[in-house]
Design a binder for this molecule. Structure first.
Ligand code: ATP
Length: 439
């Protein structure tokens, strides 16, 4: 994991937030390559969930919402972790932290950081939502929250979307957006952070058809995740047992990836039954029933949710892509990213900076960049430039050499994965690359 974190920084995938001030705990910034990678993941998700489906509409709801939303959703009362404080060193832990010895609140309990005995408080509930104030007065009545999930923005817009899009049940609403959780035990790089992005879809169905749709979406989402190129042996489904199920959930599966720190969830598929819309109907006083035009039946739709983290998906993709291998007696670090996700699709490199090669390379680069994210690099030895692109996960490198300029107008195309080089006419380059980048 340390190697990946250092590559992520070195190549500009992920930086610590506010690093020059010593960093901000568990908040991360995406650099030039990371921003491209995450944008590619989100665009692929949007395409498959919204554009390729007639029965799903997109939404972009605000982060700030009416505070009653979070009472209705259960987050004000229930989105809590039990925590204990050490009265001596002031550190705070989750009550179930395995590093704590003894029972917090009792004289035998020992602080895992300073080792003091009897200084740990009994567990107290701590809400994970970030609070802020709306308007000029910082008083309780003006308190609102940064949303801890995007789903509620979908529920409160369910009627608006239904009526404006003229959809009929079953149909879904999809959204990508930021969420905030004041996590107490964050860590493992970008796996658990306090600000993150979710890609969520809520599918509204007739009660009774929910189990079939739940199975459908579990399989669809698994297929999508497999399509990112993740190694199959590092992917698995985990069904929630009775003690894991959230109070509102009828059934739930996690899609897990085997990260270097173990198997962990990066997407969840949940059958939420009618919990959410019933609660919003109750708290808002607004009728959220659906009138089935075919049968004249009225009902509160059930919801099947697919909830993925853009950051955790990006982390799984990076972990999976990272490879070290021996090439000609040297260690090569290469990110074998799926070409559709790679931040840079093709690098254009003049072999040397003379004899017309720089001008030829510029022309090739200018042509390509109109169609794909291309990168021009003319500094350092060609071997070093190839290695930089390997670390960036760039699937193809185009080299302009003497033959290109003086003889036949062809360039070499080096494949990141096979290391094979092929000569291709510069005029055919876009077609050649397009067919290989598709996916
Ligand atoms: P966990 O048990 O790991 O806290 P969760 O079950 O609370 O996750 P959900 O509420 O189901 O997670 O959120 C759906 C998705 O949002 C997760 O699968 C994950 O990808 C992402 N996610 C949730 N919390 C975080 C976080 N703190 N940092 C990064 N991504 C997160």
């Amino acid at each position: 994991m340390d190697k990946l974190v250092s590559l992520a920084k070195r190549r500009g995938f992920v930086f610590q937030s506010s690093e020059i001030y010593g960093g901000l705990g568990s908040v991360w910034d995406y650099g030039p390559l990371g921003a491209e990678l995450k944008a590619n993941i989100k665009a692929r998700w949007w395409r498959s969930m919204v554009h390729e489906r007639e029965d799903i509409e997109g939404l972009d709801a605000a982060i700030l919402m009416h505070p009653k939303v979070w009472e209705a959703s259960g987050h004000v009362a229930g989105f809590t972790d039990p925590l204990v404080d050490c009265k001596h060193c002031k550190n705070r832990f989750r009550a179930d932290d395995p590093a704590i010895k003894g029972t917090p609140g009792q004289p035998d309990a020992q602080c895992p950081v300073c080792g003091s005995k009897g200084t740990l408080t009994a567990p107290r509930l701590f809400n994970l939502m970030f609070k802020t104030f709306m308007g000029p007065v910082e008083e309780a009545a003006a308190q609102i929250y940064l949303r801890p999930e995007t789903a509620q923005g979908i529920y409160v817009n369910y009627l608006n979307v239904l009526q404006s899009s003229r959809q009929r049940i079953p149909f879904g609403i999809a959204q990508i957006g930021k969420a905030f959780r004041n996590e107490i035990t964050p860590g493992n790089f970008t796996f658990r952070t306090r600000e993150f992005e979710q890609m969520e879809m809520q599918f509204f169905v007739k009660p009774g058809s929910d189990e079939g749709w739940f199975d459908f979406w579990r399989e669809e989402r698994l297929k999508w995740v497999q399509g990112l190129g993740l190694r199959p042996e590092r992917l698995r489904l985990h069904r929630h047992g009775p003690t894991e199920l959230a109070h509102y959930a009828k059934d739930a599966y996690d899609i897990q990836y085997e990260f270097p720190f173990g198997w962990n969830e990066f997407e969840g598929i949940h059958n939420r039954a009618d919990f959410d819309l019933s609660r919003h109907q109750q708290f808002s006083g607004k009728k959220l029933e659906y009138l089935d035009p075919a049968t004249n039946e009225r009902f509160i739709p059930y919801v099947v949710e697919t909830s993925a983290g853009a950051d955790r998906t990006a982390l799984a993709v990076l972990c999976d892509a990272y490879h070290e291998e021996e090439v000609a007696g040297e260690t090569r670090v290469v990110l074998r990213l799926h070409p559709a996700l790679a931040p840079i699709k093709v690098a254009v490199l003049p072999l040397v900076n003379k004899d017309g090669m720089p001008e030829f390379a510029r022309r090739v680069f200018d042509d390509l960049r109109k169609h794909v994210n291309a990168f021009h690099d003319d500094s350092g030895s060609i071997g070093r430039r190839y290695r930089r692109q390997d670390e960036a996960g760039t699937p193809f490198a185009v080299t302009v050499d003497g033959q290109s300029v003086a003889e036949d107008g062809t360039v070499t195309v080096r494949s990141r994965d096979t290391l094979q080089q092929e000569r291709v006419a510069a005029a055919q380059l876009l077609d050649y690359l397009s067919s290989r980048l598709r996916g």
